[in-house]
Design a protein around this ligand. Structure first.
Ligand code: ADP
Length: 545
């Protein structure tokens, strides 16, 4: 394929020089080059305007102008053809100026020949092509960068918009969350108000004589339901305190045995209702922690109640307490419905409940474990859960740092030696509660016998000749009041001291106890210190009679 001829414009005022250059082009061949000539500056400017040549050969001297001016003109007119400067003499200054102004090359006329001219022209054209390619590539790159920048700007704008929307939603959510907390607090308070007279009303009904057994049974059902409501509302109150950072715990030195005794008391109705076998194992030594007795009872009580709730009836529930490397471990283990592995990590979250039939049957709000975790952590402890899966039982373990005074005795116990040993009869149908009381009394150096049945206890009195009888009040076979009355009727010598131990601490409960023949009235859960005070009083009475 034949190459197209290169169109060259020669700007030359000297005819001789023109002919010379023309000869060189003849020599190079017409099929390679077409030469046009303009002799003046102005004609050159006109030709640049059209810019139809592939290359310009420019004489340095052009009358009153010089070639450098024309290079400037070509640039101004946007003529992109490469320019080669022809100079008369070999002057390095002129050469440098020409190149700086934009010439592709410079050639000295008297050193010129056809070959040199051909090479210089081809080189300049190739150079220009490369420049053009680079320019185009650059332009494309710039276009791509511009497009990408525009795309980024668009994405950025969308992102900013999304952030703004998100911020707005987040603000609304926080506001809603805050309002929910406030609402929960208000709701709990509002619910509690009407509950108080209901509780009192039911208690008053209990004291009214003349009610039939059916009415009494009805009252008991209502009392139990109201208690359940009170518990739910109290949990709600607590949870609203947690979310508003208003939950507080006391910090005093308390006995874990007392905590556990209280917790066992709390879970007793749930354990009894489901006829579970409840086993507890406690260490012989007293363990002390710094904390809030009522709150820790609530924690352990909750775990025990859950164990009772989530274990089908006649299951087995174990409570294990043991010191372990500066902590006390309280473990509640059941043989119940267990917890699926995927639920274990979330079980302590607020309102989380495993969706099972048994779960639904028990209602509840999914607050207890959240509260337990929060309370344990407020005691510097931790709570853990494990379960081999659905139907395989669960195990909840609470660890609480022991008080540093672990190895010291309770100050109040220093005077233990001053309490003489009595024969003490405990009557309580709740086996774990009786067991704990037994343990506490042993610590006080008492000789203790436990009966879970009041009838059996009554039958054993003539032989055992108790000096002190500590009796629960609400028992299925025979109430504590009836037992006290029967004992008083026996006119025993020496006269035993009768102590009522009940969950009710109101004045009228005390009055009822004294009226039945009790000498003392203690409210559950009873602490070691209270028992110690009781026995100091009993000893004083015995001394004075
Ligand atoms: P609630 O018992 O009121 O639902 P909790 O916070 O005490 O609330 O318990 C949360 C959930 O954890 C329960 O709904 C139940 O699904 C599960 N759970 C708690 N204890 C046990 C347990 N001992 N065995 C099986 N599941 C349990």
């Amino acid at each position: 394929m034949s190459e197209q001829a290169i169109r060259v414009l020669l700007v030359e005022d000297d005819d001789d020089d023109y002919f010379l250059v023309q000869d060189y082009f003849h020599e190079l061949g017409a099929k390679h080059y077409v030469l046009d000539r303009v002799p003046t500056f102005d004609e050159a400017v006109l030709a640049f305007h059209e810019c139809k040549h592939d290359l310009i050969l420019l004489d340095y001297r052009l009358g009153s102008h010089n070639g450098l001016d024309l290079i400037g003109e070509a640039k101004r007119l946007g003529c992109v053809s490469p320019i080669i400067m022809l100079t008369g003499q070999d002057d390095p200054d002129v050469d440098r100026q020409a190149l700086t102004a934009g010439a592709s090359d410079y050639l000295v006329k008297d050193q010129l020949n056809a070959k040199l001219l051909d090479r210089s022209i081809r080189y300049a054209l190739r150079q220009r092509r490369l420049e053009e390619e680079i320019r185009q590539a650059n332009e494309q790159l710039e276009q791509r960068v511009a497009a990408r920048t525009a795309e980024l700007a668009r994405l950025n704008a969308t992102l900013l918009q999304e952030i703004a929307v998100r911020k707005e939603v987040e603000g609304a959510l926080m506001e809603a969350d805050h309002r929910k907390d406030e609402f929960l607090a208000l709701l709990a308070h509002e619910l509690r108000n009407p509950l108080a007279p209901l509780v009192t009303g039911l208690e008053v009904m209990h004291d009214l004589t003349g009610s039939s057994p059916e009415e009494e049974e009805l009252r008991l059902v209502m009392a139990r339901q109201v208690q359940q409501l009170v518990r739910l509302v109290d949990d709600l109150l607590d949870v609203s305190r947690i979310s508003r950072g208003k939950l507080q715990v006391q910090r005093e030195r308390i006995s874990i045995h007392e905590v556990v005794a209280g917790a066992v008391d709390l879970c007793r109705p749930a354990m009894d209702a489901a006829r579970h076998r409840f086993l507890s194992q406690l260490p012989s030594q007293e363990l002390f922690v710094l904390g809030d007795r009522v709150r820790l009872m609530q924690v352990v009580g909750n775990l025990l109640i859950n164990a009772a709730k989530y274990t089908p009836s006649q299951g087995e529930i174990e409570l294990l307490v043991a010191p372990r490397e500066g902590e006390v471990a309280i473990v509640v283990r059941d043989t119940g419905i267990g917890i699926p592995a995927e639920m274990l990590p979330r079980i302590f979250e607020l309102f989380i409940q495993v969706d099972t039939d048994l779960q639904r049957a028990h209602g509840g709000l999914g607050i207890g474990l959240t509260l337990a975790k929060q309370l344990v952590e407020m005691h510097g402890g931790r709570i853990e859960v494990s379960s081999a899966g659905a139907g395989k039982g669960s195990e909840f373990s609470v660890f609480i740092p022991l008080s540093e005074e672990l190895h010291q005795n309770v100050p109040a116990l220093e005077s233990l030696t001053t309490i003489p040993e009595f024969r003490v009869l405990i009557v309580d149908d709740n086996q774990p509660a009786a067991f704990l009381l037994h343990r506490l009394l042993q610590r006080l150096g008492q000789q203790v016998t436990v009966y879970e049945s009041p009838l059996a206890a009554f039958a054993a009195v003539p032989n055992f000749k108790p000096q002190v009888v500590i009796s629960d009040i609400a028992m299925p076979e025979m109430s504590g009041y009836a037992l006290a009355r029967q004992l008083r009727l026996l006119n025993l010598e020496p006269r035993p001291t009768l102590v009522a131990l009940t969950g009710y601490g109101q004045d009228r409960d005390r009055a009822a106890a004294y009226e039945a023949g009790f000498d003392f009235h203690l409210t559950k859960p009873v602490s070691l210190v209270e028992l110690q005070k009781l026995f100091v009083s009993i000893a004083t009475n015995f001394g004075s009679t």
